[in-house]
Design a protein around this ligand. Structure first.
Ligand code: NAI
Length: 308
């Protein structure tokens, strides 16, 4: 039986995610949005590309949640995106109402699905999605660190003139301005970055990564990044659907891991057919621990606003 991925929110990130899914042919897709005609138009356009991609995927564009019934994966991208000068946290109230409404519906239609939360502020929305769906925490996760790490790999690759696929980077913590990129895990095919670049340069690229989302927002002037976010979501979908058990930094529910309780935070996880199959705990240095805790405090502050 073919797998089914439903994406809620047919905006830039949602529609591009569906594009990657159907282009690969690994699943059928449903694109849902509240705006009349938008998901239908994009779905039809994508369906008409499938013959050219030699893809067997089918796509439905809809305003009706019953079309999402029995999805294997639900991706939540519904909500507002940042405008220039806005932080992810500025989206909190509006997006919390949207994500809650979405989660009530998806839990009814697809009680066994795995949910990937993208809407910002993502860590808080992941916590809200977990509470609202009442799914096991293994089946609710957020996309953030995988994108931040990809941005950092891009910047390092350009600096070193080395293919980005040979560059590894790990970014933990909340998907916000105080994310925690771990410089000691940055390598080029296992060679420590400090062997190849001066610390000052590495620090500058880390800083650029922190502002990576805002950099694109200010260039686009309307809307925020979506190609790299959708590519990151697709990697997560693929690892789950094909049970690849890849290690990615994702927002996962921490209940004691990394010394944090009852909070969604970005940590390395193994993604497979069960969802978050394992949280990989690494020993952080004193300085990294302090940064991780600071990032956690920011997320917790927002969570408390809703008593989630
Ligand atoms: P967008 O504005 O292009 O699309 C959002 C879509 O959500 C719109 O089509 C809108 O009609 C729809 N929507 C609004 N309320 C809805 C509801 N109740 N039910 C269903 N759909 C609804 O925004 P974009 O660029 O696609 O971004 C989506 C979200 O993802 C934003 O919150 C953005 O900040 C976040 N984001 C998160 C990233 C991450 O790394 N976690 C990366 C990029 C974006």
């Amino acid at each position: 039986m073919r797998k089914k991925v439903s994406v809620i929110g047919a905006g830039n990130v949602g529609a591009t995610t569906v594009q990657f899914v159907v282009q690969s042919g690994i699943a059928d897709a449903v694109l849902f949005d509240v705006v009349d005609g938008l998901p239908q138009g994009k779905a039809l356009d994508l369906a008409e590309a499938c013959p050219l991609w030699n893809s067997p995927s089918t796509i439905i564009g809809t305003q009706d949640y019953s079309d999402t019934k029995d999805s294997d994966i639900i991706v939540i991208t519904a909500g507002l995106a940042r405008k220039p000068g806005m932080s992810r946290n500025d989206l909190l109230l509006a997006n919390a109402n949207i994500v809650k409404e979405v989660c009530i519906e998806i839990a009814k239609m697809s009680p066994n699905a795995i949910a990937i939360v993208v809407t910002n502020p993502m860590d808080v929305m992941a916590q809200l999605a977990w509470k609202t769906t009442e799914f096991s925490c293994k089946r609710v996760m957020g996309m953030g660190g995988i994108l931040d790490a990809s941005r950092l790999r891009t910047f390092l690759s350009r600096e070193l003139h080395v293919s980005p696929e040979d560059i590894e980077a790990l970014v933990l913590g909340g998907h916000g301005d105080d994310m925690v990129p771990l410089s000691r895990f940055m390598t080029v095919k296992g060679i420590q970055m400090t062997e190849l670049l001066p610390k000052k340069k590495i620090d500058a690229l880390i800083e650029r990564t922190r502002n990576g989302g805002a950099e694109i927002v200010s260039l686009l002037k309307s809307g925020s990044a979506y190609y790299a976010p959708a590519a990151a979501i697709f990697q997560m979908i693929k690892s789950i659907l094909l049970d690849e058990k890849r290690l990615f930094p994702c927002a996962a529910y921490l209940n004691g891991e990394y010394g944090i309780k009852d909070t969604y935070m970005g940590v390395p996880v193994i993604l497979g057919k069960e969802g978050v199959e394992r949280i990989v705990e690494i020993k952080l240095t004193k300085e990294e621990k302090a940064q991780f805790r600071k990032s956690c405090t920011s997320v917790r502050k927002l969570i408390k606003k809703f008593s989630i």
